[in-house]
Write a protein that binds this ligand. Structure first.
Ligand SMILES: NC(=O)C1=CN([C@@H]2O[C@H](COP(=O)(O)OP(=O)(O)OC[C@H]3O[C@@H](n4cnc5c(N)ncnc54)[C@H](OP(=O)(O)O)[C@@H]3O)[C@@H](O)[C@H]2O)C=CC1
Ligand SMILES: O=C(O)C1=N[C@H](C(=O)O)C[C@H](O)C1
Length: 252
């Protein structure tokens, strides 16, 4: 039985994962961490990782970028692999993640769904053909009104995926409100919509002369992320130090 700590157990994702993990027979949540616990859970809950003395094989994190340093410190100290799903990390925090992964297994992914991870692959091929033919690339993401970070981690990861296929030739433009010139070919425009209860939508738009190709992923429930996170936790438990991604989980 794999023992898991749910970091952010009172949050929207923490609660969905608690339900999904309870239905699994080879993984169990042995502790939850959240500073302001308001919901009932069938496992012990601690207000911080430092106060948690429960032994575990893996930590699943859906919290806030502010919590990342403490999380990495704990995971190195206790030698517990961590599935890091929180988005909105600064460049410095991403570096800390990379450094930590030399000492403990870290799987970081801005999107745990199968569909988005397939999309990352598909748009590489599309970019090679369509950008070469002069198509402009824009990414549009839509999320619920409680989301703190913009653009979404997924939108950035989709842009990074294209850039990886295209020798890093693109820069990202998030706001054109002060711009008074036509877009340049080497930009990827990234726009964010926030409203209501939208779970998560991502459009990758390749716009050419007289034709547009759009790749779209729509999340209809948070369960797709939760299932991916539980699969990632099972994959990561017992792994040696290194930086892993959902690609490693899906291809296993
Ligand atoms: N990779 C993926 O597939 C997905 C990633 N996400 C990302 O996951 C993160 C969380 O999303 P979501 O669940 O919707 O957000 P919520 O705000 O609903 O939940 C986050 C929870 O973490 C708690 N928290 C904050 N700081 C700490 C800390 N230091 N230790 C423990 N718990 C803490 C919050 O408490 P409090 O409210 O009291 O601050 C809250 O209960 C976001 O960054 C989001 O973008 C979301 C969905 C999918
Ligand atoms: O905050 C969310 O809800 C989501 N966040 C992730 C992101 O920033 O990309 C993944 C998903 O789209 C839901």
């Amino acid at each position: 039985m794999i023992k898991m700590i749910m970091h952010g157990c009172n949050g929207a994702m923490g609660q969905v994962i608690s339900g999904i993990a309870a239905e699994e027979n080879n993984i169990e949540i042995v502790a939850g961490i959240d500073p302001n616990m308001t919901k009932e859970n069938p496992y012990p809950v601690f207000s911080s990782l430092e106060s948690c003395d429960v032994e575990a094989d893996v930590i699943v994190d859906f919290t806030s970028a502010k919590a990342v340093e403490g999380l990495l410190h704990y995971s190195i100290e206790k030698q517990i692999p961590v599935v890091l799903c929180t988005t909105g990390l600064s460049e410095d925090q991403v570096k800390l993640v990379e450094e930590a992964s030399r000492q403990v297994a870290v799987l970081r992914s801005a999107n745990m769904s199968l569909g988005v991870n397939l999309l990352m692959k598909l748009i590489k091929d599309a970019a090679l053909v369509l950008s070469g033919a002069g198509f402009d690339i824009e990414i549009l993401e839509k999320h619920h009104n409680k989301k703190l970070d913009a653009p979404s981690g997924t939108a950035l990861a989709l842009a990074d995926s294209i850039n990886e296929a295209m020798d890093q030739e693109f820069h990202y433009v998030y706001d054109r409100s002060q711009v008074r010139k036509a877009r340049d070919k080497k930009e990827i425009g990234i726009s964010a919509v926030r409203g209501g209860t939208i779970v998560g939508e991502h459009d990758v738009i390749f716009a050419g002369t007289d034709e547009v190709v759009t790749f779209q992923h729509t999340a209809y429930s948070k369960a797709i992320f939760a299932r991916g996170a539980v699969s990632a936790a099972k994959f990561l438990a017992g792994k040696k130090p290194g930086l892993y991604t959902m690609k490693d989980v899906i291809e296993t």
